[in-house]
Design a protein around this ligand. Structure first.
Ligand SMILES: Nc1nc2c(ncn2[C@@H]2O[C@H](COP(=O)(O)OP(=O)(O)OP(=O)(O)O)[C@@H](O)[C@H]2O)c(=O)[nH]1
Ligand SMILES: [Mg+2]
Length: 317
């Protein structure tokens, strides 16, 4: 595969090139290093928004409505729907394609679903690479939808510039059930399905749990709670406004740069650990895990010394 050509075409915004690059990421292609090296100078321009929440809360509907709003404003938009529970892309997310179908023919929108289970490093490893591809392809905004299954929502928050947490009334997710975790990751909260009973109560409860009534240090970010009826596009402009404000707040205080650096550090760490794990289990001239294990079993070596031997050998092998 001609990587420089593919990257050039993706940069020009050709959807097929973008799709092929993301497939290379998903398939953990041996050409990934070359791809990432070529993309590096082209990235950094996109604003990454993560959307998370319980199944069925309205993430895809909200994402689709946000796409419409950003397109009206002339922005190029990338959508990455990540399913951390599936090893197959397009399975559980098939419904999203339907919900996003109105954008399917818009050349200013890229929509891609991605499975991360079964990948080395999972979500933490695969999603940032796909975000890079969309960034390099000239997307101004990248919306990353992840189904909230425990750890994944925290992980996706670590990859976004701004995290949106969605809730809906009467879904049994309640705020109690949504656990304290989401209260730490949301920069913006959306109470969707506000056409249903209980939206005000959900918003009130959320407000209480976030301690929004309490005073904060001047300049601290106060996560707004926005009520929406995503299915009718109601409240979406307010969500965009909240996102704009959060971005401006981050830029004024260098928070954006800090978040991105933290994100890059985490990404490097994940790649390094994945590489190390692979090297540890592949015997080299000076290191051999099964041989060391045998000596530990026989009592001729202790596991700490064995581990030290292994680590020392990795730098020479
Ligand atoms: N009443 C009402 N229904 C809505 C609203 N927004 C979305 N829905 C409906 O809720 C259902 C789930 O919406 P999705 O957007 O697929 O939800 P999701 O969070 O992406 O779902 P998963 O990706 O499966 O976790 C669909 O039938 C939508 O039509 C809303 O504002 N009000
Ligand atoms: Mg969805």
């Amino acid at each position: 595969m001609d990587v420089p050509l593919l990257v050039e075409q993706a940069r020009e915004g050709r959807p097929r090139a973008v799709a092929r690059l993301i497939s290379l990421v998903e398939g953990a292609s041996p050409q990934l290093r070359e791809v990432m090296a070529a993309l590096a100078p082209l990235t950094g321009g996109a604003y990454v928004v993560g959307l998370t929440g319980s199944p069925g809360v309205g993430k895809s509907t909200c994402t689709s409505a946000l796409v419409t709003a950003y397109r009206k404003a002339g922005r190029r938009v990338g959508v990455l729907a990540v399913d951390p529970s599936s090893p197959f892309s397009g399975g559980a997310l098939l419904g999203d394609r339907v919900r996003m179908s109105e954008h399917a023919s818009d050349p200013g929108v890229y929509i891609r679903s991605m499975a991360t289970r079964g990948h080395l490093g999972g979500l933490a490893w695969a999603a940032p690479q796909a975000i890079r591809v969309l960034d390099a392809a000239g997307c101004d905004v990248i919306l990353v939808e992840t189904v909230g299954v425990g750890q994944s929502e925290v992980e996706i928050a670590a990859q976004a510039d701004t995290s949106v947490v969605l809730l809906a009334p009467g879904m049994g997710d309640g705020i109690q059930a949504a656990k304290a975790g989401i209260l730490e990751i949301g920069d913006v909260y959306v109470v969707n399905k506000a056409d249903r009973d209980g939206a005000d109560a959900t918003a009130r409860e959320l407000n209480h749990m976030l301690g929004l009534g309490e005073s904060r240090a001047p300049g601290d970010w106060r996560p707004p709670i926005v009520k929406t009826v995503a299915a009718r596009g109601e409240g979406i402009d307010e969500v965009v406004e909240a996102l704009d404000k959060h971005r401006a707040w981050m830029e004024e205080r260098d928070v954006l740069a800090t978040r991105r650096t933290t994100r890059a550090a985490r990404e490097i760490e994940t790649i390094a650990l994945t590489t190390l794990r692979a090297r540890i289990t592949t015997p080299g001239p000076a290191h051999d895990l099964p041989a060391l294990a045998q000596r530990v079993t026989q009592g001729t070596l202790d596991p700490y010394t064995a581990a030290d031997t292994l680590v020392a050998a990795l730098t020479t092998d």
